[in-house]
Design a protein around this ligand. Structure first.
Ligand code: NAP
Ligand code: MG
Length: 478
């Protein structure tokens, strides 16, 4: 385990010696004390990233060589899969089963962007007059990356892998609840051969270390994943210095089941859509829209499945429902459950706290029926294992409810009518639409939000745009 800040390829204590505890939410035990970055430490990390970015060594490093380092990092991480997955499970509460998937997705990010590093091309541009005009795609500088606790290392890699591939350097601030895998990843960075300052990790608070990074004049860009609320705060602050930003924010994604769907698969998709990762998934299918004629059947079967999804020891092989990330998250989820009941939704499964061996912050897989778009549980992101079921009459009604949200991150559509599926895919305002599937991700497939779910795209070759500037060069040929 690493518990110190990773700055300039070294592990350091916080400048004032400060630390904060990291807890295992499944056992309530304190795992360790981790260094809490001060403004001085954030400044040291940014200076290290800046010095690396401006160094001749980094500038002369070919894109292919940078790519090779990322590929090597992918191999090193893959070889340590179980160690990283266990740690991810311990600080986040997710099952070991899910943590392994997460770490293998991180390996994919490293490989995909490692392969892309030497394929960043400009173009020649036909213009009027005797000129040769060409563009260069240049790294935009020092990137500050701020990430949440739900997929700690993977969401960080969605930023640091393309950023390093582009030739940027990076300062990463992991979430307070889950700093351990990002810090340990420093070992991988060192061994992969990255020079000091290319990749730095400052564990610490959001409004302190995070905000200090956002305000720092040495940072050229902030890449943020987290809540819509904090995204707005960052946007406002970044505007003061024209910092570039990209934001991956919250969601309240509709998962739409038509009567002509393969109902069995649709129910399975609805289940994983909301309960995978304990519902702490930005793209969770947290609003299930069901056509009236199949509504009772779908709700009944889903409630039965939810009842069987009992929370267990996250490290046990067979467990499919882990602990929510913290006690305060458990309280927040439970307050939404209470609100659902108060506002007249019908609780058909779960709805209670749970413990495993008398410990831990678990929440039962919960399903609310008879939900309407005006209810709090249909409007606000709960970020827990709580599903809201809304019934619809026909296609237009489904499209209307689907878009009755400020968010636009993802959506699911279940039907055997292929034309209807594509028509609805066009109408739903969301960055990702799954047809007869839910919660699939691939490093090659762009991901990001419409509306209040943010802007900019991660994953795929699109992600590179967030870390590159285009320079146009005019050459007078006469
Ligand atoms: P959050 O409170 O917004 O925190 C996200 C990160 O921002 C954390 O590292 C946090 O640090 C930091 N932070 C908090 N306040 C800050 C400030 N004033 N200045 C700078 N940084 C600050 O989000 P969360 O509650 O941890 O995570 C859940 C949210 O993330 C959900 O809304 C979810 O939808 C969203 N999310 C989106 C995606 C996506 O791809 N669109 C993916 C995953 C999650 P601390 O941990 O120290 O507070
Ligand atoms: Mg937070």
């Amino acid at each position: 385990m690493r518990t110190d800040l990773f700055i300039n390829n070294e592990w350091r204590n916080a400048s004032d010696g400060g630390t904060f505890p990291v807890t295992n939410p499944a056992t309530e035990e304190v795992l360790c004390e981790v260094a809490k970055a001060t403004d001085t430490d954030v400044d040291a990390a940014v200076q290290a990233a800046r010095a690396c970015f401006d160094s001749k060594e980094w500038k002369r490093l070919s894109a292919r060589r940078r790519g090779a380092m990322l590929l090597k990092a992918g191999d090193l991480l893959e070889a340590r899969m179980k160690e990283f997955a266990k740690l991810e499970s311990q600080h986040n509460g997710k099952t070991f089963f899910e943590a392994k998937i997460e770490i293998s997705m991180t390996v994919s990010s490293l490989r995909y962007y490692g392969g892309l590093a030497d394929k960043i091309e400009g173009k020649t541009v036909p213009v009027e007059g005797p000129f040769l005009v060409y563009t260069r795609r240049e790294p935009l500088g020092v990137v500050g990356a701020i990430v949440p606790w739900n997929f700690p290392l993977n969401l960080a890699s969605w930023k640091f892998a393309p950023a390093l591939a582009a030739g940027c350097t990076i300062v990463l601030k992991p979430a307070t609840e889950t700093p351990l895998t990002a810090l340990l990843f420093g070992e991988v960075i060192q061994e992969a051969g990255f020079p000091p300052g290319a990749f730095n990790v400052i564990s610490g608070g959001g409004s302190t270390a995070g905000m200090s990074l956002v305000k720092h004049p040495g940072v050229d860009k902030i890449a943020f994943t987290g809540s819509t609320e904090v995204g707005r705060v960052i946007m406002k602050e970044a505007a003061k210095s024209n910092k570039r930003i990209s934001l991956e924010l919250g969601g309240k994604s509709p998962n739409v089941i038509f009567a002509d769907a393969d109902i069995e698969s649709a129910i399975r998709g609805a289940q994983t859509g909301i309960f995978y990762g304990k519902g702490e998934v930005c793209a969770a299918g947290s609003r299930l829209l069901v056509e009236k004629s199949v509504h009772d059947q779908v709700v009944e079967q889903l409630a039965a499945r939810a009842a069987k999804l009992t929370p267990g020891d996250p490290l046990a092989k067979e467990t499919r429902m882990g602990a929510v990330v913290s006690q305060s998250q458990q309280e927040s989820v439970m307050s939404y459950v209470a609100r659902g009941v108060e506002e007249g939704a019908k609780l058909v499964a779960g709805g209670k706290r749970a413990q495993v061996d008398g410990k831990g912050y678990f929440v039962e897989a919960t399903v609310f029926d008879n939900v309407t778009s005006d209810m709090t549980i249909a409007r606000e992101e709960i970020f827990g294992p709580v599903l809201s079921v809304l019934a619809f009459d026909d296609f237009d009604h489904a499209a209307q409810i689907a878009n009755e949200t400020v968010y636009g991150l993802a959506a699911g559509i279940w039907t055997r009518d292929i034309g209807k599926a594509h028509r609805l895919a066009q109408e739903i305002q969301a960055g990702t639409v799954w047809i007869n599937a839910y919660n699939y991700y691939d490093t090659a497939a762009p991901f990001g939000g419409f509306k209040a779910s943010g802007f900019g795209r991660e994953l795929g070759s699109e992600a590179m745009d967030a870390y590159l500037e285009t320079k146009t060069v005019w050459v007078n040929l006469v």
